[in-house]
Design a protein around this ligand. Structure first.
Ligand SMILES: N[C@@H](CCC(=O)N[C@@H](CS)C(=O)NCC(=O)O)C(=O)O
Length: 217
């Protein structure tokens, strides 16, 4: 059972991984302003995404859900590609995700809602976020994806946040110098997987309603 919110970047990274691995879950679309009682009743954090597995084990964060999905897949080639076996690679992927979640997300939120953070200008916040884009672009100038020519968990975990950053001023982003980031992001957001599976619209889940399968069959 996946509690999700369509536009949440954390939920997007979880849904993308689940869909790519061909795992099926029951999806409960949450409206953040009126969270369902079933989610609140779990206690503790009520952020989305959250997943409850068939044994009732709870996975309260997007990364927990990504690793849960990897553990459910029988496709060991794809699993090892997304999450390489080598410890050093895993640590680098984790470092990139931490850099995104701790540093980039901070400036992204301020850039997105600059009017709520009047201490500095929108441009100031964008410049801060660009530090991340520059590093991303450099890496992506060498390979198609962050860790070589195959997609990994790092790409999936980061692209929804870069998509939000791009969306603040699409024209600026499209004409920016970050050509490799533009190309990389376009690969995700223009894919059928993203448009027709990950971003499919659902109305808010209500207790008692029929189960919604994700990915839809
Ligand atoms: N670290 C969490 C963050 C999830 C998160 O912040 N989700 C937001 C929506 S994008 C949320 O649920 N906000 C409402 C809340 O925290 O109650 C994760 O990786 O899943």
């Amino acid at each position: 059972m996946l509690y999700s919110f369509r536009r949440c970047p954390y939920a997007m990274r979880a849904r993308y991984t689940i869909a790519l691995l061909g795992i099926t879950v029951h999806l409960r679309e949450v409206i953040l302003k009126s969270k369902p009682a079933a989610l609140l009743k779990l206690g503790g954090r009520s952020s989305v995404p959250q997943l409850i597995d068939i044994d009732g084990v709870r996975y309260p964060e997007s990364l927990d859900i990504i690793f849960w999905a990897l553990s459910q897949s029988n496709d060991s080639n794809l699993v090892n590609q997304l999450w390489p076996l080598k410890n050093s690679q895993q640590n680098k992927i984790k470092a990139w995700i931490a850099y995104n979640d701790n540093f980039f997300k901070h400036w992204l939120d301020r850039y997105k809602y600059a009017d709520r953070h009047p201490e500095f200008s929108e441009n100031y916040y964008r410049n801060k976020g660009e530090v991340f884009l520059r590093r991303l672009d450099k890496r992506l100038s060498r390979n198609e994806f962050l860790f070589g020519n195959d997609i990994s968990v790092a790409d999936i975990a980061l692209f929804p946040f870069v998509r939000q950053f791009a969306g603040v001023n699409q024209e600026w982003f499209e004409s920016s110098q970050y050509h490799n980031v533009i190309r990389w992001l376009a690969g995700f957001v223009n894919s059928c997987m993203f448009k027709s599976v990950v971003m499919i619209k659902h109305s808010a889940w209500q207790a008692g309603q029929e189960n919604i399968l994700f990915p839809a069959h």
